[in-house]
Design a protein around this ligand. Structure first.
Ligand SMILES: [Fe+2]
Ligand SMILES: [Fe+2]
Length: 246
């Protein structure tokens, strides 16, 4: 048994949004996902998919994409991404009712893998726009935009705490934390999300959202303050699920 993660499938079986204009890594990416998942993930494994599942704006438009995911191997747990318009965070229970037991939607709740609680939320981080100088360094940004981003960060931090507390109250002591957005932005070395991971003693933090070579180093990868950070964006991993723990 193993726990795998992969994010940002950006499927569009109904919404028709071709992704190959973003580079050749996206060419026939649905086939790559299907083949890689079927090759790597066994039926007893758990597979967390970290958001940006579908371009469908309404649930009816996202249904073929969710069906594709439901047919992948393993126990599927889905996190909300910024593009998942079909998923109203306040109506997660309804989604869970509709798709139980084929898909599990992670929002203000938790799931378990062995003695780990799998906790998470979409997260958020300020992404600019930034004013860049000739050396490529950030020199300024709109403070109003940053203030607005801070509100969203706080809301997501509350949702993450709800998830951690639900697991803690159920007696869990080991955590793996999932975010869609990176835990820090390119100017930060820590954030409310990294602090919370440390506060609860999460062993792994898994996130995606960063697309393209220029964005892969936006946040923490590898060991940091005793926690292992994993970037699992689909294009970063060439659509190959990453094993997080055995
Ligand atoms: Fe994405
Ligand atoms: Fe995203």
């Amino acid at each position: 048994m193993a726990l795998y993660a992969l994010g940002d499938m950006h499927l569009s079986f109904m919404a028709h949004k071709p992704m190959d204009k973003f580079g050749k890594v996206w060419k026939n990416h649905e086939e790559k996902i299907e083949q890689n998942c079927n090759r790597i993930i066994q039926s007893g494994d758990t597979f967390v998919i970290t958001g940006d599942h579908s371009w469908g704006r309404k649930l009816a438009d996202a249904k073929p994409d969710l069906e594709f995911i439901a047919n992948l191997p393993g126990e599927k747990i889905l996190l909300r991404g910024n593009h998942d318009m079909f998923w109203n965070a306040k109506k997660t229970a309804l989604l869970n009712e509709q798709y139980e037991p084929r898909l599990h939607f992670l929002q203000n709740n938790y799931y378990c893998y062995h003695d780990y609680a799998l906790v998470g939320t979409k997260g958020y981080t300020f992404e600019g726009p930034f004013l860049i100088n000739a050396k490529g360094q950030i020199i300024s940004w709109n403070p109003d935009d940053e203030k607005q981003a801070q509100k969203l960060v706080q809301r997501e931090a509350e949702r993450l705490r709800t998830s951690f507390e639900a697991a803690k109250n159920a007696g869990f002591k080991k955590y793996i934390m999932f975010l869609h957005y990176p835990p820090t932005n390119i100017m930060e070395i820590e954030s409310v999300f990294t602090q919370m991971a440390e506060e609860y003693g999460a062993e792994h933090v898994v996130y995606s959202h960063c697309h393209g070579k220029l964005r892969y180093a936006d946040s923490i990868r590898g060991m940091h303050h005793g926690i292992c950070y994993h970037l699992v964006s689909g294009d970063y991993l060439n659509f190959t699920p990453e094993k997080i723990v055995d």
